[in-house]
Design a protein around this ligand. Structure first.
Ligand SMILES: Nc1ncnc2c1ncn2[C@@H]1O[C@H](COP(=O)(O)OP(=O)(O)OP(=O)(O)O)[C@@H](O)[C@H]1O
Ligand SMILES: [Mg+2]
Length: 271
């Protein structure tokens, strides 16, 4: 397995950036963060960002963006040998923000599983056409997705301030290091629904999951729920809210160094 992982890493040089959002417990917020980060990036780089929803059964990206898709990951995989910019452009679903999305058709679970085994072929093609590919990997780690996880520039482990989620985060970081050959610099922890007054502090999490950068996103049930129910991501519709500012700060870390130095980025995000 490690040999395959190494080959995938070498093959992924010079391709678009790949960021995965993995939850460490159901409902931790992987889809919410993937959608809002992708949207923030797409505003800056229209038509250059793809959000890939790999939740085969319960993918929510279409709902969270109030869209409906005609084609799926399975269609892209079935046509992978012939994909060019035009045909790929017809398969993905385009959000008005400039974000492109691709997910599974949730009614074809057998076909999805068969097709997903060939994701390793599709991913480099997607990374040739897009500057950024963000992946919603809500359902924890599945070996089926090793070809997506291992070459990622970063995997964001989305967690919350509870013991089970923190334990899982620690377990997953070990698994990703030992079985997927990932370095600690590829792994970052996002404590979602963060509240300062909770008994588990950021310091405790940093001590448990050593040498991983830790981000926090505040708890804002009202705005998060309204945003997912209406399909209106909060970074676009609730720009001034603390939750949006925190997600934009996280998105900012994904920019290339020269873009990070440009002062206007944050102002544009909130105007
Ligand atoms: N920072 C936050 N504050 C409050 N509620 C949040 C926050 N982030 C997400 N939520 C809410 O938590 C719920 C689960 O979020 P989400 O669907 O993103 O999680 P997930 O990790 O993708 O879950 P799943 O296991 O279903 O894939 C949603 O109702 C969402 O609105
Ligand atoms: Mg999800």
């Amino acid at each position: 397995m490690l040999k395959n992982v190494a080959e995938e890493k070498v093959a992924s040089r010079d391709l678009g950036e790949l960021y995965a959002f993995l939850n460490t417990k159901g409902g931790a917020g992987a889809s919410t963060l993937a959608v809002n980060c992708a949207l923030g990036l797409a505003k800056e780089f229209p038509d250059q960002v793809l959000l890939l929803d790999l939740d085969m059964q319960f993918g929510v990206v279409d709902d969270y963006l109030n869209m409906s898709s005609s084609y799926s990951v399975a269609d892209a995989i079935a046509n992978v040998a012939d994909l060019d910019e035009m045909s790929l452009g017809a398969i993905v679903t385009k959000h008005k923000s400039g974000l492109h999305c691709l997910g599974f058709n949730h009614e074809n679970s057998h076909d999805n599983y068969d097709k997903a085994r060939h994701l390793a072929k599709l991913l480099p093609v997607l990374r040739e056409f897009y500057t950024y590919v963000l992946v919603d990997l809500s359902r924890g780690i599945d070996r089926l997705f090793a070809s997506v996880i291992a070459p990622a520039n970063k995997v964001f482990l989305v967690t919350q301030q509870n013991l089970a989620a923190i334990r899982n985060t620690s377990r997953i970081t070990k698994l990703l290091s030992f079985e997927f050959g990932m370095g600690k610099e590829q792994l970052e922890v996002v404590v979602n629904r963060y509240e300062k007054r909770q008994s588990i502090k950021v310091k405790d999490i940093e001590e448990t999951i050593q040498s991983c950068r830790v981000h926090t996103i505040p708890n804002d049930f009202k705005i998060a729920l309204e945003s997912t129910n209406l399909g209106k991501p909060f970074v676009e519709h609730r720009k001034k809210a603390g939750i949006s500012k925190a997600v934009n700060k996280l998105t900012h870390t994904l920019l290339p160094e020269e873009e990070k130095k440009k002062q206007g980025w944050f102002n544009r995000m909130f105007s």
